[in-house]
Design a protein around this ligand. Structure first.
Ligand SMILES: Cc1cc2nc3c(=O)[nH]c(=O)nc-3n(C[C@H](O)[C@H](O)[C@H](O)COP(=O)(O)OP(=O)(O)OC[C@H]3O[C@@H](n4cnc5c(N)ncnc54)[C@H](O)[C@@H]3O)c2cc1C
Length: 454
């Protein structure tokens, strides 16, 4: 039986006499920090293999880190922390098939402009592009759009270095069970060195953003989601207001009409970043002001439309630090879950300044994907990094669990293996692959022990 744990305290290590330790590594959200025994920056698959071999000799665990943008301790290791920033760039791109092979440490921010130059694009992206491609797929990163699954569903082949040092190329044809599991592999199966993605012809997006009433959006939701390529909305807690975002796909040669400098600065930098930081500091000191601040924010965002390259519309900068939990839900449960959160906020007296983000994706067939076998709706709750999140997130988790919600692997949650296993029909298949390729848990860490049971 796996122990159910609260959000665990960040692991801290004391320096042992005579041992040289590396400097601290901290994730973006500041939720976890660790001092690994060693850091490695291999520049090839062979060097990754050597790092693993030497770590095994020293009986150290090994963990690849991407951009550190997971809120959980999924990327934490006390052993050898492997940074892949020397493995970057596009290795091959075939515009006729759309197949592109990239080095594992490439960030989405680096990748998208390179794809655009080749007349290609990723069909969908999440809110930001700071992540590495391997980090993003490993936790099931997704965007929104009812016909579009998460990023991992675009993977056509992977090169992995396994715990015994072997370099394996896997795809639906070669080592299909390893390929199947490793697309959302939680960093548990090996170190990815290359990723082959199915891309699509480059496209532009027309973005239509507008404030609206929550009730009206929920009423027309099925239609809106069905008829909009990429639809999402942000609900401002303690109000009945939302901001809707609809992105419509257009050919790449459409005349672009990017967000105006002044308006872009006003909405993105001023309202979403700089001012939002000040508002959060203020409401942290005086939580009673939160409701009023949310009302003002919901009204301040006026409608806007713009057209730009797809990746520039999908992603934006997030400079205000926050903590996040996100649950994948069956679509039909959304209205119930939102109303339960609203009722809990009213009952509890908790004041939340961050909007709740709601997105939609297609189902996929990846064993540990949060959208496995079901078209999903994602509901993400956030809290400013200087404010406590535990009570709010626990309450939301309880509601999401009551409708068989599955937590995002890279975002905070309190679930452990015995609770997660029944949510994933192919959970046992994943464990079987892991037992075969990493019987000694070379890639293990506290997070994986919690969510996979060993
Ligand atoms: C501001 C912000 C916005 C976000 N927006 C979204 C969003 O819109 N949609 C969404 O779904 N998620 C979102 N996330 C979550 C984020 O996409 C995931 O947590 C993602 O995994 C982070 O990628 P990373 O490169 O930082 O990986 P890390 O967090 O560094 O690592 C994640 C996992 O990948 C493993 N890993 C990394 N590289 C390799 C490798 N080469 N081989 C094997 N395993 C590897 C690590 O060991 C770890 O298990 C957001 C996070 C933040 C902080």
């Amino acid at each position: 039986m796996v122990q159910r744990r609260r959000h665990p305290a960040p692991p801290s290590l004391t320096r042992e006499p005579g041992q040289t330790r590396e400097s601290n590594w901290t994730n973006w959200a500041g939720t976890y920090s660790v001092q690994p025994q060693r850091r490695a920056r291999p520049g090839s698959a062979d060097e990754v293999s050597e790092v693993i071999r030497v770590a095994a000799e020293d009986e150290l665990s090994v963990k690849a880190v991407g951009a550190g943008h997971s809120f959980t301790d999924i990327a934490i290791t006390r052993g050898v922390l492997v940074e892949l920033d020397r493995l970057r760039g596009v290795l091959s791109a075939d515009p006729s098939t759309g197949l592109v092979t990239i080095a594992a440490g490439t960030t989405l921010r680096e990748l998208s402009p390179l794809l655009w130059q080749a007349g290609l694009a990723l069909p969908n992206l999440g809110d930001i592009d700071a992540q590495t491609i391997s980090g993003a797929i490993s936790t099931g990163t997704h965007g929104t759009g009812q016909s579009f699954p998460g990023l991992a569903a675009q993977v056509r082949a992977l090169q992995l270095v396994l715990a015994d040092g072997r370099i394996v190329d896997c795809s639906p044809e070669h080592c299909p069970d390893l390929f199947d599991a490793a697309r959302v592999g939680l960093g548990a199966l090996g170190i990815i060195t290359t990723v082959t993605l199915q891309c699509v012809p480059a496209f532009a997006l027309r973005a239509v953003e507008a404030p609206a009433a929550l009730e009206a959006v929920l009423e027309g939701l099925a239609n809106t989601v069905q008829n909009t390529d990429h639809f999402e909305f942000y609900w401002f807690p303690h109000t009945k207001r939302v901001l809707t975002k609809a992105n419509i796909r257009l050919p790449a040669d459409t005349e672009l009409d990017p967000v105006g400098r002044v308006k872009g600065w006003r909405d993105d930098e001023f309202l979403a970043n700089s001012t939002f930081e000040v508002v959060n500091r203020l409401t942290s000191a005086a939580p009673a002001l939160t409701r009023r601040a949310n009302q003002v924010a919901a009204r301040a965002l006026t409608p806007r439309q713009y057209t730009d390259r797809s990746y520039r519309v999908f992603t934006s900068n997030r400079r205000v630090r926050f903590r996040e939990m996100e649950y994948a839900l069956p679509r039909k449960s959304l209205a119930y879950v939102l109303s339960e959160i609203e009722a809990w906020l009213a009952r509890s007296g908790e004041r939340i300044g961050f909007p709740v983000e709601v997105r939609f994706t297609a189902a996929d067939d990846i064993p540990l994907s949060t959208a496995y076998g079901r078209a999903s709706c994602y509901i993400a709750v956030h809290q400013y990094h200087r404010r406590p999140f535990d009570r709010y997130f626990s309450a939301v988790e309880k509601i999401a669990r009551s409708v068989q919600g599955r937590p995002h692997w890279g975002k905070l949650h309190y679930q452990s293996a015995d609770e997660l296993a029944p949510l994933y029909p192919r959970y046992a298949d994943f464990l079987a692959v892991r037992d075969r390729v990493d019987p000694q848990r070379r890639f293990g860490n506290d997070y994986l022990r919690r969510v996979l049971g060993s």
